[in-house]
Structures are given as C-alpha cells and as structure tokens.
Design a binder for this molecule. Structure first.
Ligand code: GLN
Length: 245
C-alpha cells in the first residue's frame, strides 16, 4: 500500500516537473530557428545574427516578456526543428505554402515577397519563359526550388545557401538563379556583372512557422505582429534594412 502511494507520488512529481519546465521554458525563452544566409532578413554581422526577421522576433519576444534565442541551421531543417519542438518558431523569410501548411501552422503574414531571376548582365534570359531548357541554381527546399522544378527541360542545381547559387552563376556554372527579391538585390549588389530580370513571377507572403496545435503561442505571435503593424514599428524595422529606391 505504502509502496503504491510512494510510486504515485513520484509519478505525480515527475509529471509536474515535465509540465512545469515545459511552461517555464515557454515563458522565459523563445527559440527561433532560422538560416542566417538570407539578407536583409537574417544574416551575420560579425558573430551576431541581424536583419528584419531577427528584429521582428526580438520585438515579439519583448512583447511576450521572453528572451530570444536564435538557432542558425540549414533552411530545409527549420520546419523539422519546429515540428519536433526543438525550436518554438521558424522565422526565415519563409513563404506560406500549401505543403508547409500540412506540417506547421503559420502566423499572420508580416511581409510580401516575390521570386525573381538573377542572370549575368549580358544574358539572353529576359522573362521567366526563357528559363526553359536552362541550368538554374536555387537554394535547396525554397519556393525558388519548387518553382524551378516546374520549368520545362530545366536542369536544377541545388545549393544549401543562396549566395552559393549566386557564386555558381558568377562562375558560369548555372545560367540563372531563382531567389527571393530582397536577397536577390543584396547578392547582385555584392557581385559584379549580375542583374535581376525585371519580370517577377510569384507573389508570396512571409509568415512565422509554429508547431501545429500550439495555438497559445500562435495567438501570442499573431497579437505581437498586429501590434507591431499598428504601431508602425514593423515598418520602421523594414525601413532600417530596405532603403527606398
Ligand atoms: N521565401 C523562400 C521560401 O520560403 C526562401 C526563404 C529562405 O531561403 N530563407 O522558401
């Protein structure tokens, strides 16, 4: 009898500890999974990860009274990290897609973006249709990768980092790179002899990925984004990193 009581007590304590830490962790730390190779949204400035997403995440954490912890990983590991609960949220210039919605929930969108094509200045590629039959560089697992997959007779070279695809372009290993518009501008400004094709071919929305069913966090993140939008702070962050042309 006594033994049974002790085990029940131990079990309850165990359960309490598990749930107890779960709650505490949620309140004190907000872990963001990202791929810090995506300027101006997330990139390294020295050994610090900065950018629009880093600042939005910091503002959300402040709103929640939590400490932001940023974990840098490959882009195609971010969703798994959110799904398994290793990270609380994926903030990575991540586009809402039907496929991703099968695996995670998304916050309300906080930015609009497009896929664009980067080519050498003297390229004969001037519209998305010209990509048929070409060799195209993309970042693995991105919407650029998904889009390139549909292009007729194209050969796709997948890289872990966007700038690796752009380096391949400068070395003539690929004919074009499909990537998000803002990083495209940054990469073109950092590399001689490249340009962005003026015709865009998708409109996408960036949002924050959260583990399916974690409505508590989803609501808190959505509330924080709404507040940042209403107060003008979100625009302030964007203006700091994207200069008007
Ligand atoms: N917006 C693109 C996507 O969601 C690329 C994001 C990224 O490379 N960080 O796939």
């Amino acid at each position: 009898m006594k033994k049974v009581f002790v085990s029940i007590l131990a079990l309850s304590l165990g359960v309490l500890t598990v749930f107890g830490t779960g709650c505490t962790k949620k309140q004190t730390e907000l872990i963001m999974a990202t791929n810090a190779e995506f300027p101006p949204y997330e990139y390294y400035d020295g050994d610090k990860i900065v950018g629009i997403d880093a600042e939005i995440a910091q503002a959300i954490a402040d709103e929640m009274g939590a400490t932001l912890v940023i974990e840098d990983m490959q882009f195609d590991s971010i969703l798994a990290s959110v799904q398994t609960g290793k990270a609380d949220m994926g903030v990575a210039g991540m586009t809402i897609t039907e496929d991703r919605l099968q695996n995670v929930d998304f916050s309300i969108p906080y930015a609009t973006a497009m896929q664009v094509i980067i080519v050498p200045e003297d390229s004969d590629i001037t519209t998305p249709d010209d990509l048929a039959g070409k060799t195209i560089g993309v970042q693995l697992g991105t919407t650029g990768d998904i889009y390139a997959d549909d292009i007729e007779d194209a050969t796709i070279e997948r890289y872990n980092k966007g700038f690796e695809a752009v380096s391949a372009l400068t070395q003539g290993k690929v004919d074009a790179v499909i990537i998000d518009n803002e990083p495209a501008k940054v990469f073109v400004s950092q590399n001689e002899g490249l340009k962005v094709v003026s015709e865009e071919f998708t409109i996408e929305e960036y949002a924050i990925a959260i583990k399916k069913g974690n409505t508590d966090l989803l609501n808190q993140v959505n509330d924080a984004i709404s507040k940042l939008q209403e107060s003008g702070k979100l625009q302030e962050i964007v203006d700091k990193y994207i200069k008007a042309e």
